[in-house]
Design a protein around this ligand. Structure first.
Ligand code: ATP
Ligand code: ATP
Ligand code: CA
Length: 218
């Protein structure tokens, strides 16, 4: 069965979620109080309606209650984002994802019952910063405040050596969880496999340990 979603706020972020979900064959109800925005999504989403999401009566009439997962992507108007989230929690929506504009906004959203708070500008900024620091860091994913997963190009010093020789776990406290080699991805790399040029490693560890690993080996 197709899962049902609603996206409220069709700016760049909400619009992109709406497009992607629709392309993946999901049922999406697209909502915005701006007529032009709604028209833009008429042929993309399953339904696109003009509505003010802070109005509980309107939301009820739209049958939002029957939707599994609602994404609130109202950007600059923090008040509207908070009010919308309150309306949705009052209606007992199973899963609510909300985009936060700043840390205070995030705190409030967590308090009032948002199931998932996302912070795309901040997170993307961090990822890009890591990529700017070292062009060998291809991607970066924060697991917690002090643990991450990074995707890095194999370092010059690692070529022809094995994980045993480099003793990565003992020396750097990190784990290599996968090695990409061309089209292949090996998710249980052998400790005695030698690193080759163009290998890409997926490494998990504390930020401190990963940073040491990056500085000394990558
Ligand atoms: P992005 O950075 O993702 O582009 P943005 O910062 O442009 O987002 P806004 O334009 O502030 O975000 O808001 C996104 C959308 O939310 C807009 O299209 C706006 O019309 C819509 N929106 C704002 N308030 C409401 C509301 N009360 N009900 C429905 N839609 C709303
Ligand atoms: P350990 O006691 O550290 O788990 P081990 O007994 O499992 O080591 P091997 O698997 O042969 O021994 O690995 C030897 C060393 O190679 C490890 O101590 C570690 O430093 C390094 N190593 C092996 N696999 C990885 C990995 N996936 N990521 C990082 N280092 C690894
Ligand atoms: Ca914005």
């Amino acid at each position: 069965m197709k899962r049902e979603f609603a996206v409220i706020g069709l700016g760049r972020f909400g619009g992109s979620i709406c497009r992607e979900l629709s392309e993946e064959g999901m049922q999406v109800l697209a909502i915005d109080n701006d007529e032009d925005k709604v028209n833009e999504f008429k042929n993309i989403a399953s339904h696109a309606v003009i509505a003010d999401s802070t109005d509980e009566v309107t939301m009820k009439e739209l049958g939002i209650k029957n939707i599994d997962h609602v994404i609130v992507a109202i950007g600059d108007n923090i008040q509207a984002s908070i009010l919308t989230t309150v309306v949705l929690t009052d209606l007992g929506i199973k899963k609510i994802t909300v985009k936060a504009q700043n840390d205070y906004h995030e705190k409030i959203l967590n308090k009032i019952g948002a199931d998932q708070v996302v912070h795309p500008e901040r997170d993307m900024g961090k990822r890009i910063a890591h990529n700017i620091i070292s062009s060998n860091i291809l991607d970066y994913l924060e697991l917690s405040d002090d643990h991450s997963i990074v995707e890095v190009k194999v370092g010059e010093k690692m070529l022809g050596k094995t994980m045993i020789e480099l003793d990565i776990r003992a020396n750097y406290g990190c784990n290599v969880v996968a090695i990409k080699r061309g089209k292949d991805i090996n998710v249980s790399p052998r400790a005695d496999d030698t690193f080759r040029e163009n290998d890409i490693l997926i490494v998990i560890g504390s930020d401190k340990d990963i940073s040491r690993f990056e500085k000394q080996l990558v």
